[in-house]
Design a protein around this ligand. Structure first.
Ligand code: NAP
Length: 267
């Protein structure tokens, strides 16, 4: 039996175990997915310990995504983002391989809804999710505009992302006028009535991804739907970061529908 898992603190409400175990069942793989909650400074020890125990793969979540970098051999995208959320122990390198599948998760979530990844993307948020999404969309060839409450963080991130610019939230109206894609990568929206984007700034031509998945239907997505835009909820991003990890670990195509069903059953 193969063992996969997640390190995070806290991990109590993680949706990953049912999603991944539905994936193993879907391809008839004898495997389990378990959660671990090391202390806040325990990322490196946890990854080394998992390696020693023969764990096949680990997901990494808050607060360990940055510290995990120093325990792995990161791929170029994870290195540029500065954070790892997937560790693969099955290779034969000195260190396990490290990836950031949040970036690919956002890209695949948008693609799965036929959102064309060309033109301009507005990414709201410059924290961990904002970093991953900005690099992911820039790698697809999009021009990325990053807007953040703390504007200086948007400028700092934009300086690292190719062809990107940084802005304050007050500029969202102007930025969105000729944008093709909008991603909310802030935590705003977890409270039912809150949205980081004025409703009248959203137009029908936009593809809108909200990284927030609790609740699934955020005010931003309701406003986007009312404006005629294509909407993609945060569970799609969560699904595809998991699908990407599953495929890296097992070398098999993930049973996406089964994983999606298991994930949505928890939400
Ligand atoms: P983070 O690193 O703490 O960043 C939080 C971001 O939200 C920052 O840009 C922050 O702006 C902004 N923000 C917080 N409160 C705000 C407010 N009241 N008004 C305006 N902006 C505000 O968190 P994260 O890890 O990036 O996560 C952000 C969200 O994405 C969370 O809801 C998380 O659950 C979600 N997420 C989803 C997925 C998925 O797969 N669907 C993956 C990762 C994260 P400042 O810089 O000004 O503080």
């Amino acid at each position: 039996m193969d063992v996969y898992g997640l390190i995070g603190n806290p991990v109590g409400h993680s949706l990953s175990p049912p999603m991944h175990e539905a994936g193993y069942e879907g391809v008839d793989l004898d495997a389990r997915y378990v959660t671990f909650e090391p202390p806040a400074d325990g990322a490196v020890a946890a990854i080394e310990g998992a390696d020693a125990l023969g764990v096949a793969g680990l997901n990494v979540t808050i607060p360990f995504k940055q510290d995990a970098l120093s325990a792995v051999d990161p791929d170029p995208l994870a290195e540029r983002i500065g954070a790892v959320n997937t560790v693969d122990f099955t290779g034969d390198g000195d260190r396990p391989a490290g990836y950031n599948t949040d970036a690919v998760g956002a890209v695949r979530a948008l693609r799965s809804h036929d959102v064309a990844l060309s033109g301009t993307a507005v990414v709201v948020g410059a924290g961990g999710a904002g970093r991953a999404v900005a690099f992911g969309l820039a790698d697809e060839g999009m021009t990325v505009r990053i807007a953040n409450r703390t504007e200086s963080k948007a400028h700092d991130l934009a300086a690292e992302v190719p062809d990107a610019t940084g802005h304050g939230l007050a500029e969202l109206d102007d930025l969105l006028a000729d944008a093709d894609v909008l991603v909310n990568a802030t935590s705003v929206g977890m409270e039912e009535a809150a949205t980081p984007v004025p409703a009248d700034a959203i137009h029908a031509g936009l593809g809108v991804l909200d990284a927030v998945y609790r609740p699934l239907e955020t005010r931003l997505l309701r406003d986007a739907d009312a404006a005629g835009a294509t909407t993609v909820d945060g569970a799609w991003m969560l699904l595809y970061q998991g699908v990407e990890a599953f495929e890296r670990w097992t070398g098999r195509d993930a049973p996406v529908e089964a994983m999606n069903e298991a994930l949505r059953a928890e939400l």
